[in-house]
Structures are given as structure tokens and as C-alpha cells.
Design a protein around this ligand. Structure first.
Ligand SMILES: [Zn+2]
Length: 177
């Protein structure tokens, strides 16, 4: 049985259940407050959570599978444990949450007002780690595709998925040149 900070509502527990282990432990330690999200963000998160099987990376995986792509999931042998690895195309895909990975200029990313220093170091740390991992992967000869969670919102979803496919196919084209 998981323990939660007191006062957690059912909806917050569900939201929590969708986060990664690392983030989850931060929350258990009491670092996260319900108000780190703007109302806009919260309704977005909740809409994602209400739909079954719509974890952002799952959306991308399912689409790619339907298009005939075969992949590995969360390959721990590669820097940053990419969400999707397509060996045939020498391509990795990261599906990034806008908040945790600090999506610059995104309406779903705002710096929290509470515990400002904590969040600043946390998120800038994530951004730096992401960037190091991408550099490393590229040096290893991988094409790196980043998909942001906001690009998988209903109105952008189809366009994003189509673009990702084109990028993957473009990668093999470059390989063969
Ligand atoms: Zn975003």
C-alpha cells in the first residue's frame, strides 16, 4: 500500500499514480503542493488521466505500432532510458512531460511560486540531464526525437504523430545517403 501525504484527494492520487517513481518519491517527501499546476494544467492532466491507456508515451507507441514500426521500450542500456527505441532506424524517442522537463515557452509549463528554489534546481537539473543524454546519444549515432506532452493534446495529436513518423523515416533516409 502506498502512503500519501495527508489531505490527498482521490484525484490527486490518480494524478500521482501517473508520475515516474522519482517524481513520486518527491511527492511522498512532501515537496509537491497541489498548487504547482495552473488550473489549465490541472484540467489537462486530469483529462489525460481520465482516459484509460492514454499515457503520453503509450499514445506514441500505439500509433507507431499501428504503422508497422517495431520498437523497444525504456531501454536502460541507453543514456536517459529513452521511452521508445527503434533500432532499425537508429532512432530514439523521448516523450517529455512539459512540467518536469521544463518545456520552454509552453503554456503548460510555469515555474511554481511555492518552494521556488527547490523547483528551480529540480527542473533545471532535469533540463541539463536531458541535454547531456541527447548529446551523448547523438555522439553514439542515434537520431533523437523529442515529443512534448502538449503536442499530444487532442487537437495536435494527429499532426504530431504524422510528423514523428516522417522524422523516423527521414532518419533512415539520412542513414542510407
Ligand atoms: Zn509543452
Amino acid at each position: 500500500m502506498r502512503s500519501y501525504p495527508s489531505g490527498f484527494r482521490k484525484s490527486q492520487r490518480r494524478e500521482l499514480a501517473s508520475l515516474t517513481d522519482r517524481n513520486r518519491s518527491d511527492i511522498r517527501e512532501g515537496h509537491i503542493m497541489a498548487d504547482v499546476h495552473t488550473p489549465e494544467q490541472r484540467s489537462y492532466n486530469m483529462s489525460q488521466i481520465r482516459n484509460k491507456n492514454t499515457k503520453p508515451e503509450e499514445l506514441v507507441r500505439k500509433y507507431l505500432f499501428s504503422q508497422g514500426f517495431r520498437y523497444r521500450k525504456n531501454d536502460t542500456r541507453l543514456p536517459g532510458k529513452p521511452d521508445i527505441v527503434l533500432p532499425k532506424y537508429k532512432t530514439v524517442i523521448f516523450v517529455n512531460g512539459c512540467f518536469w522537463h521544463g518545456h520552454e515557452g509552453c503554456r503548460y509549463f510555469v515555474w511554481p511560486k511555492n518552494n521556488e528554489d527547490f523547483w528551480k534546481s529540480k527542473i533545471t537539473g532535469n533540463i541539463r540531464r536531458d541535454s547531456d543524454n541527447h548529446t551523448c546519444l547523438e555522439k553514439m549515432g542515434w537520431n533523437v526525437i523529442i515529443v512534448w506532452e502538449c503536442q499530444l493534446k487532442k487537437q495536435n495529436l494527429q499532426q504530431t504523430l504524422t510528423q514523428v513518423c516522417a522524422q523516423i523515416k527521414g532518419a533512415i533516409y539520412e542513414c542510407n545517403e
